[in-house]
Ligand binder design. Structure first.
Ligand code: PSU
Ligand code: MN
Length: 303
């Protein structure tokens, strides 16, 4: 039985009873995306921002083989401090759950768990995508395939330029995933408010994002929606600076023959190291901004 796999926090259970909107949050960003203690501080602040904007947060992770929909303070501390927690994507879920293990869920895995729990909106920083030189490495994030098939809207700050943003958009187009700019015509590139690429469509209010999402699913068009919300103006990094840093990080990944699921965490930590923390400050700011927008969209969907 499906229910045997899921464990809801008290707060999320109450929200479901009261028909309050719930917003999913991933845990890879906590365990692999940010260092301690900034990861736990940010995770708590993000949850609080979601509450302040009228929704209930559900941080998702695999703990002792259970799919946690909403986690306790102790579990959050464990995810934030543990050095060897598995990064769990779609392919890892059956093993980790069957073996009673722990896992920090990626965008793909969090979408799967959110859908199982009936949660329609998920807030994160950036999605995975088609990596540069994917034509030889075939490194395409499982996040994209999940967006193709799983009915969860993902609020993010676009895709990092560690990826090939153009190919990522092509992949999403092939799979019919709308990439919607929130108050923007350009696809944001995580640390910067723009990239050379246009979004497919633009909305300027949470209710418009909500009605697009609802319409997609009512039409039976399965799969996710990307809501691309640019980093706040004052927190964006200078484009040429971050481009140089990313080129260096990519070269180091190549020199060290990093492959598979280690690629993204390697690049993220290199970028952080090379920017001496300014990228981390930007990352925290954009996730908080996404939390605010995501909560408002979840409220809009509930109406
Ligand atoms: N991009 C970021 N920050 C992140 C990730 C991606 O800017 O923390 C994480 C997310 O959990 C995403 C995962 O789902 O990395 C993608 O990994 P991969 O490229 O191995 O699919
Ligand atoms: Mn990959």
């Amino acid at each position: 039985m499906l229910e045997n796999y899921l464990e809801f926090s008290e707060e999320v259970l109450e929200a479901r009873k009261a028909n309050k909107p719930v917003v999913a949050l991933e845990s890879t960003i906590i365990s692999h995306g940010m260092p301690y203690p900034q990861n736990i501080v940010t995770a708590k602040e993000v949850e609080e921002i979601i509450r302040q904007n009228g929704a209930v947060p559900a941080t998702i992770a695999i703990i002792n083989g259970k799919i946690k929909i909403g986690i306790s303070e102790d579990e959050l501390e464990f995810l934030a401090q543990s050095k060897d927690i598995e990064k769990a994507s779609r392919r890892d879920l059956p093993y980790l759950i069957a073996q009673g293990k722990n896992g920090a869920t990626t965008v793909a895995a969090t979408m799967i768990c959110a859908e199982l729990a009936g949660i329609e909106v998920f807030v994160t920083g950036g999605i995975g995508g088609v990596h540069r030189e994917a034509e030889t490495t075939m490194d395409i994030s499982a996040d994209l395939q999940e967006l193709a098939q799983t009915n969860v809207a993902v609020v993010c700050a676009g895709a990092k330029s560690i990826l090939d943003i153009g190919l990522t958009l092509e992949y999403l187009e092939t799979h019919g995933v709308p990439v919607v700019g929130y108050e923007t015509d350009k696809l944001p590139a995580f640390y910067t408010r723009t990239s050379p690429f246009d979004v497919n469509h633009r909305v300027d209010a949470p209710k418009d994002a909500a009605s697009l999402i609802r319409t997609k699913w009512e039409l039976g068009l399965n799969g996710g929606v990307v809501i691309a919300n640019p980093i706040p103006e004052g927190d964006a990094l200078e484009e040429s600076f971050i481009t140089n840093v990313i080129e260096t990080a990519l070269q180091e990944a190549k020199d060290n023959q990093i492959a598979g699921k280690l690629v993204t965490p390697f690049l993220l930590s290199k970028v952080k190291e090379l920017t001496e923390g300014t990228s981390l400050t930007a990352n925290i700011a954009l996730v908080k901004h996404n939390a605010e927008v995501g909560a408002k969209i979840a409220v809009g969907l509930q109406k």
